[in-house]
Design a protein around this ligand. Structure first.
Ligand SMILES: NC(=O)C1=CN([C@@H]2O[C@H](COP(=O)(O)OP(=O)(O)OC[C@H]3O[C@@H](n4cnc5c(N)ncnc54)[C@H](OP(=O)(O)O)[C@@H]3O)[C@@H](O)[C@H]2O)C=CC1
Ligand SMILES: O=C(O)[C@H](O)COP(=O)(O)O
Length: 496
């Protein structure tokens, strides 16, 4: 049960506390933020609306704790992360329950998110021990004009305080994918969880607390991003921001100071289908890629670009699979569950109505009850329709029929997003050429886009992001190279 047993400390009456200086606290604001259950559309939980003074205290504690943590041996940091991973997995039940109630994630997927998060923390601990345990050794005489009089030793040092802001769709997994690299690299970490998903994140943070991390090293500030966000992202104590979410990330990147940024933003992942593709394989991947978690994944297939000659056959196959998707509450593990908020459902409906007005073919009848939108495939979508370019973040998938591969690549590259894409063909040579021509951070050949496995690099071009994620890249991004140069009085060459 959420907020009970080992989690009893994190609740004050009916409001969840925030985490500061190693303790669970009630905000002096006297205000709380309601978290609306997307299925019932009623208040499910409440969290503290933290004040600016409380943020200042957290930042001071984070700075102090980081200085000590940076001097903690790497193996000890790894040991604590392994412990946190084990505690997290042990308590997957209540955390998954929060995900079901706060973001309507289907029950099984909610458990998977927590287990995947535990694995990510453990993997990061191991990878950190490997890559942070190594540095470079350079000699000066490889650069013209130099004798071997200088030895350069490089190592990776922490940045300081990392601010982590994950989105609603993976409030636990996309939080630990920032927390674990920050900590293994010797940084302290301040988490601002998404409002929808905040209670799952608070439970997850308590697992780190139970693992015994030093006071002040990890903190969790709750409150609406629109109210507390600017104060956090522009705080002078923050040395790096790792953000995953929508256009908010673009605004943050304009306001943040001269600090490293890791931004994973939206996507309009295209699925290009050639005439020689295995259409059964394509249909399975369109269903998995387009409709899992009701399309609320940045890596969801968001537009199908299919060669006209095989379009009828493909649309038929996908249609018959859409008819088998179960629709209903997350507790029943339905494939399609309510989208996260009413405003999100309204936005999706706006895209559907625009496509209807402009003449798209509806493969199913459009149906909505509250935040629940039935899966919908829209055929014969044209570039003048909003859905051809905008990201619904819902169970609605447009199909654009193309006459050439070049037309598909052109559509993909004309998007302001450039996260992932995929291409289906039996011709590997063509697949490679198309992959190289698609201007996206990743191209999947014969499979739907996906972030995982979590140690793979994950990045977007254009409005889809800055920097790269994935365990190794995140650790590197949260460190800086430090050199020490030994200057010798005379050249010294090792003899062969
Ligand atoms: N590339 C990727 O890896 C992913 C991208 N996304 C993208 O994210 C979007 C949906 O996620 P969603 O959570 O709604 O995204 P948002 O950008 O609305 O929110 C993301 C996070 O930013 C916080 N936030 C809001 N305003 C501010 C602010 N002014 N300053 C700092 N933080 C702020 C939010 O808090 P609060 O909830 O309190 O508003 C939340 O924690 C989609 O566009 C999707 O494509 C989503 C997942 C992964
Ligand atoms: O938040 C997202 O949507 C992701 O980063 C995608 O993750 P996934 O491909 O594992 O669903």
């Amino acid at each position: 049960m959420t907020g009970t047993g080992v989690f009893a400390d994190i609740l004050d009456g009916d409001v969840y506390k925030y985490y500061s200086e190693g303790e669970w606290k009630t905000s002096s604001s006297g205000k709380s933020v309601a978290i609306i259950n997307p299925t019932t559309r009623k208040t499910q939980y409440k969290v503290q609306a933290c004040t600016q003074a409380e943020v200042n205290k957290i930042m001071e504690a984070a700075k102090t704790a980081q200085k000590v943590w940076a001097k903690t041996p790497l193996w000890k940091r790894a040991e604590l992360l392994h412990k946190a991973a084990a505690v997290l997995k042990e308590h997957k039940g209540p955390i998954a329950e929060c995900l079901v109630k706060e973001i309507a994630k289907p029950a099984k997927d909610a458990v998977t998110e927590v287990v995947r998060s535990g694995d990510l923390v453990s993997y990061t601990a191991e990878e950190g021990v490997r890559i942070l345990g190594e540095g470079k050794f350079l000699v000066s005489d490889s650069f013209p004009g130099n004798e071997r009089t200088k030895y350069c030793l490089t190592s990776k040092i922490p940045l300081g305080v990392i601010l982590a802001i994950p989105p609603f769709n993976y409030p636990v997994n996309l939080a630990v994918s920032k927390i674990a690299p920050a900590l293994i690299a010797g940084n302290s970490l301040v988490l601002k969880p998404p409002t929808q998903g905040a209670v799952a994140a608070l439970h997850m943070i308590h697992c780190f607390h139970l693992a015994g991390f030093p006071k002040g090293l990890i903190s969790c500030v709750t409150g609406k991003g629109s109210e507390i966000g600017d104060f956090l992202t522009m705080h002078p104590s923050v040395n790096c921001i790792s953000f995953t979410g929508g256009d908010t990330g673009i605004a943050i990147s304009k306001k943040a100071g001269m600090i490293p940024l890791q931004m994973e933003l939206g996507g309009k992942d295209a699925c290009i289908v050639l005439e020689d593709a295995d259409l059964d394989l394509v249909a399975v991947n369109i269903i998995k890629g387009g409709f899992s978690y009701s399309g609320q994944r940045c890596t969801a297939v968001k537009v199908v670009l299919v060669i006209e000659s095989v379009a009828d056959a493909l649309v038929e196959k996908v249609k018959s699979k859409v008819a088998k998707l179960t629709v209903g509450p997350p507790e029943d593990d339905c494939d399609i569950t309510p989208v996260v908020t009413e405003s999100s459902a309204n936005f999706i409906e706006g895209l559907v109505m625009d496509a209807k007005q402009k003449g798209a073919t509806f493969c199913q009848e459009y149906r909505r009850e509250g935040n629940l939108i039935w899966p919908l495939l829209l055929d014969h979508v044209r570039p003048d329709m909003r859905i051809a370019w905008e990201e619904p973040f819902g169970p609605v998938l447009p199909v654009i029929r193309i006459n050439s591969v070049e037309e598909g690549i052109h559509h993909c590259n004309a998007s302001n997003f450039g996260l992932q894409g995929c291409v289906f063909t039996r011709d590997i040579n063509k697949a490679i050429l198309i992959s190289d021509a698609m201007e996206t951070g990743t191209v999947q050949i014969n499979s739907a886009p996906a972030r995982g496995p979590d140690h793979f690099p994950f990045q977007g071009l254009r409005d889809s992001g800055i920097g790269s994620q994935g365990v190794t890249n995140s650790i590197n991004l949260m460190t800086k190279v430090k050199s020490t140069v030994i200057n010798l009085p005379t050249p010294s060459y090792t003899m062969g």
